[in-house]
Design a protein around this ligand. Structure first.
Ligand SMILES: [Fe+2]
Length: 288
């Protein structure tokens, strides 16, 4: 979520959408997508929730390279009623929430440059589409995303959007999920990152803690480096159920009486899957 005032470019529509202009991508840009796609597709089996791999097929379109949103949307809309819309970059919170609440996912249309293959500050089309769209093809996760969008509209009116932003961060972007005795990932920030896919699941440094809604919404996060705490959900069904069944207004009120938590904190009440060594400690300046 960005609180900064962002100015809408003249070429964007009232809802901030712009044409994808698929035909304007260069061969090099398509090739970079294919390279990123191949690299992540190779590392993810066994490490990602099966629903993500099932949804990944929706990105295998008639042409290689960056997906043409028109063709992608015909398939995605049939699957779950979601569509992907291109935007010029970051959009204001209320615009973002309105799109999600109406089953539209906003995506950057630009792709990173080859020297940014491992790290990019602003989400590009690879992060937004490879990272997010496969799970939008999953009916349960699709409903969760819309429920979050509606909840964010309500949270905004209650002055609690920072709480719900943390829920998004620790689920949609950096979530882990139980898979028997092991963990898998499903968060877009992880699945679109070669290095964080390995870090999130295998590095001894970060904490891995069972998901607790109130606990998550008290926890700050790092925006420009690997996470130092990940939260583990039981299932998408459980995540959706908690989001729909919880009355957030009183929860926000009770959380307001408690201090925020830092990424390295562990509470007595936490159900800890893995107590991290916290050895990886760089880049904490972006904490929010
Ligand atoms: Fe994202």
């Amino acid at each position: 979520m960005s609180d900064a005032a962002i100015e809408k470019p003249l070429f964007a529509a009232d809802d901030w959408t712009i044409p994808q202009d698929w035909q304007r991508y260069s061969d090099a840009e398509h090739a970079l997508w294919d390279r990123l796609f191949a690299r992540q597709s190779a590392i993810l089996p066994g490490r990602v929730a099966p629903a993500f791999l099932q949804g990944l097929d929706i990105l295998r379109l008639s042409k290689p390279g960056i997906p043409d949103f028109a063709e992608l949307n015909a398939r995605l809309q049939t699957a779950t009623g979601w569509t992907v819309v291109a935007v010029p970059g970051l959009v204001p919170d209320d615009v973002f929430f309105d799109h999600l609440a109406n089953r539209r996912f906003v995506a950057g249309r630009f792709i990173r440059t080859p020297d940014q293959i491992d790290y990019i500050e602003q989400p590009d089309v690879f992060h937004d589409v490879f990272g997010h769209v496969p799970l939008l093809a999953n009916p349960v996760f699709a409903d969760y995303m819309q429920a979050w969008g509606r909840g964010a509209q309500r949270a905004s009116s209650l002055g609690a959007i920072d709480r719900l932003a943390r829920l998004y961060w620790y689920t949609v972007e950096f979530g882990l999920i139980r898979a028997g005795d092991t963990l898998q990932t499903y968060g877009a920030g992880i699945v679109s990152s070669h290095s964080e896919t390995q870090f999130a699941l295998a590095d001894p440094s970060p904490h891995r803690i069972r998901f607790d809604l109130g606990r998550v919404m008290r926890t700050r996060y790092i925006i420009d480096d690997f996470q130092q705490v990940y939260f583990v959900i039981d299932s998408f069904e459980d995540l959706l159920r908690q989001t729909i069944e919880t009355d957030f207004a009183p929860l926000y009120q009770s959380l307001a009486t408690l201090p925020d938590l830092n990424v390295a904190d562990i509470l007595d009440t936490d159900r800890v899957v893995h107590r991290g060594t916290q050895a990886y400690a760089s880049g904490r300046s972006g904490m929010k």
